[in-house]
Design a protein around this ligand. Structure first.
Ligand SMILES: *[C@@H]1O[C@H](CO)[C@@H](O)[C@H](O)[C@H]1NC(C)=O
Ligand SMILES: *[C@@H]1O[C@H](CO)[C@@H](O)[C@H](O)[C@H]1NC(C)=O
Ligand SMILES: [Zn+2]
Length: 429
């Protein structure tokens, strides 16, 4: 009896402890009138180690998450430099709890309606172990088109597997290769269905035969498995990998999307506590090495490289230091093509996609994955996607996922990817 009571107590404590660290955290929406204010704001963000959900510029308001003990000083400091704000979400913990409730309900419905069809459902966001198992199952079940490759191990020892999809096991020397990578940033859960949708369509449903006949595909659904799992089990807003042994030792993780070898370390943080810490050197992290190896192995044939993030409804091309690649006009044209296809089928309450150079549309940054890929693949097309932040009636927003949007996120993004895929085939890029 004592044991039972003790056990109940412990499990109740665990339930209640979830998201406790976010109690009283407030999400501020900020508006600037002039570029100088952006830089001043970024100094404040860096000084207090604040969590930027979405960058501010003259056209769009930014979203910044602030701890309860910093709210007063944050409000005072930004007011002093003339930045106006409104409170988007007073206590973000309530939204995190709500996401859990909605996801648990979706799990129940999904389990109840489970059919015998092979494939992962688009009702919920699946965990790493489920996805990892699925990649192996797909390869076993469809050996004529799918091969699973173990690209290496994460810091904590998880396998980083990806699928190679091809009608001739990559024997062709001329077919274009397309790479889709998701979850380089841990908390960007809504990107996972994009990878799973592509697998489902190319291997299982095969509604568009030309895509698997004319193109070789590499799909890496979870590029940062440790961070991803940590964002499920502990800290929902985790972004980096789980590198330890840094100084101070309480500061864990490297921002993998600042760790690639393109003007590395020039426009990112050298403080391990920062969310944009670039690591001790380029490719210091096993997770970025896996992606680098994929790019280098296939660089001569890669026509399209997609690094999928959230959020913002953006399609971005190189470079993060404001320079443009020689074929920037082509990058812009195909970016717009993808955006138009998605906008044609998107949910009306979501904003239209915007397309542009990443530094101009968002912010300057160094060591980014898509920039490294763009240099490696020359005339090929590399993009960073920022998927929509769908806001539902419960105002689940930003990095939080409304389960009702999962299927749509997979579907609509694939419409854009298909358009670019056919473009590179027709134009022999
Ligand atoms: C749904 O099924 C999964 C996998 O079989 C299981 O882990 C989960 O606990 C189930 N969820 C509910 C709410 O029944
Ligand atoms: C695959 O086919 C099923 C059954 O026709 C359909 O419901 C689903 O939307 C299709 N696509 C994906 C990605 O599941
Ligand atoms: Zn990201």
């Amino acid at each position: 009896m004592f044991k039972v009571i003790f056990f109940l107590f412990v499990s109740m404590y665990l339930v209640h402890a979830k998201h406790e660290e976010y109690e009283g955290y407030t999400l501020y929406a900020v508006t600037v009138q002039e570029p100088a204010q952006v830089e001043q704001l970024m100094e404040i963000v860096e000084r207090y180690n604040l969590d930027i959900w979405s960058y501010v510029n003259l056209e769009t308001e930014g979203l910044i998450l602030v701890a309860p003990d910093l709210k007063q000083v944050f409000e005072d400091e930004i007011s002093a430099i003339g930045i106006t704000y409104r409170i988007d979400t007073d206590n973000i913990k309530e939204k995190l709890d709500l996401e859990d409730v909605l996801m648990a309900e979706a799990h129940k419905r999904s389990n109840a309606s489970r059919s015998d069809r092979f494939g992962l459902s688009f009702d919920v966001i699946h965990r790493w172990a489920v996805v990892d198992r699925y990649l192996v199952d797909v390869a076993n079940r469809y050996p004529s088109v799918a091969r699973v490759v173990n690209g290496g191990r994460s810091v904590e020892g998880r396998d980083i597997r990806y699928l190679r999809l091809s009608s001739d096991n990559f024997a062709s020397r001329t077919k274009p290769v397309i790479i889709i990578q998701c979850l380089l940033h841990a908390r960007e859960w809504v990107t996972l269905p994009v990878a799973l949708w592509a697998i489902q369509e190319l291997v299982i449903n095969v509604t568009d035969r030309d895509l698997i006949r004319d193109i070789d595909w590499i799909i890496l659904p979870i590029a940062n498995p440790d961070g991803y799992e940590y964002s499920h089990t502990r800290t929902r807003m985790w972004r980096k990998n789980r590198r330890t042994g840094q100084s101070p030792s309480s500061c864990i993780g490297v921002d993998l999307n600042r760790n690639f070898d393109f003007v590395w370390g020039t426009d990112s943080s050298n403080r391990p506590c920062s969310d944009t810490f670039h690591g001790p050197r380029p490719f210091s992290e096993p997770e970025s090495v896996v992606t680098r190896n994929i790019i280098n192995e296939h660089r001569s044939r890669i026509s399209l490289f997609l690094d999928v993030h959230s959020f913002g409804s953006l399609i971005l091309f190189s470079f993060g230091n404001r320079q443009l690649p020689p074929h920037a006009l082509v990058l812009n044209r195909v970016g717009v093509l993808m955006a138009e296809r998605i906008d044609a089928v998107k949910w009306p309450q979501n904003r239209n996609y915007r397309v542009g150079n990443s530094a101009q549309v968002l912010y300057t940054a160094s060591g980014e994955c898509a920039d490294y890929a763009q240099v490696a693949i020359g005339n090929g097309l590399a993009y960073t996607y920022e998927l929509p932040a769908h806001r539902n009636l419960n105002s689940i927003n930003g990095f939080l996922v409304d389960p009702a949007f999962i299927r749509q996120a997979g579907f609509e993004t694939w419409e854009g990817i298909k358009a670019a895929a056919r473009y590179v085939v027709q134009n022999r890029l």
